[in-house]
Design a protein around this ligand. Sequence first.
Ligand code: ATP
Ligand code: MG
Length: 393
Amino acid sequence: MDPVRNPYAPGAGQRPPELAGRDRELQQFEVVLERVARGRPERSMVITGLRGVGKTVLLNTFKSMAIQRLWGTGKIEARPDQSIRRPVAAALHMAIRELAPRHRAPERIEEFLGVLKAFAMRDPAAAKGTSHWSPGIEVPASRGRADSGDLEIDLTELFVDASAVATDLGVGIALFIDEMQDVQAADVSALCAACHELSQSGGPLIVVGAGLPHLPSVLSASKSYSERLFRYARIDKLDREAADLALILPAREEEVEFTQEALDALYDAADGYPYFVQAYGKVAWDLAPRTPITLDDVKVSTPEAEEELAVGFFGSRYERATPAERDYMHAMAEIGDEPVPTAEVAEALGRKPSSLSPARDSLIKKGLIYSAERGLIAFTVPHFGRFLRAQPV
Ligand SMILES: Nc1ncnc2c1ncn2[C@@H]1O[C@H](COP(=O)(O)OP(=O)(O)OP(=O)(O)O)[C@@H](O)[C@H]1O
Ligand SMILES: [Mg+2]
């Protein structure tokens, strides 16, 4: 059928035509926004889940919800090799720019921007003169606030000041952090401490995170009270009903239907994983000659969709691994699809567990595997084991 009208959207952070099966998380976040706005004590939210389950899309939806309530918002994507100081500064700059036009006292905004600039200029890279980044803030940097160089102190002061600006307007500020598991250890600790401070003062600023399933353990390793700071929402594959709706509703908009057998086959193939739902749906649409999309259409399109996934979704990630890391993952895949004991991987490879630590740690850093529990390891990418088993070693 007409590819131009194809509604499905496989891709990182691509807004799906229908955000299926996430009503509970959306409701929870509504409550968070409402409570924070009323100055009630509230824990912020952190979404976790495997690759391609829709964390980024949900985070973006939360951001839209906050904007609808006239909150100031900013978003960063954490990177393992980067301090969060500059990205956070840029994100809060965005948030304040959203609020500024509605603020009655421009000098309050300027005052805050001065603090923000001082905060940003404390970046270690800027100090070494290796930074070409300028915050694009016209006002002079202020002194003596959020500029100590200790991120924990500086973040706390910055958050307090930002939330004071939002309080003036009777709104809040939400800072979104995607790939939060990649925030450096020292920065995680500073971030948790700043959130903790803020939650005690009741300031209307929240940090909302998204990351891989081991994010809660990253946070609690850094600060034991992090469990009381964040409400964790683990999102997973869609159940049958939601997966069907993700396909049916966007098609209906275009006056296209699926037969029941076609939906059965698509669910078998995609297994409810949002990225796969979009990927299989997209190819089925393109190859089906007419509505309704039938079982035969799905049968014809599945191999093509699988090929696209093998290159784009699995292959691109596999490429990032070194030969030693690939051996490690192949050994994991041979053991099974559940989280596997690292000791068993070592045994399968005929190696001492300690000699494999570098490969394992670097795979974790690359976001390809995660430690599900102490001594256990699992793929972050759904169906990755199956992909590897089909790969020549
Ligand atoms: N609730 C949903 N219903 C239907 N499709 C969805 C849903 N959530 C996400 N998708 C689709 O799934 C794909 C992956 O979404 P997204 O990039 O948000 O995943 P992610 O969890 O952030 O993945 P990664 O860990 O790789 O960053 C996108 O194509 C998106 O359109
Ligand atoms: Mg994402």
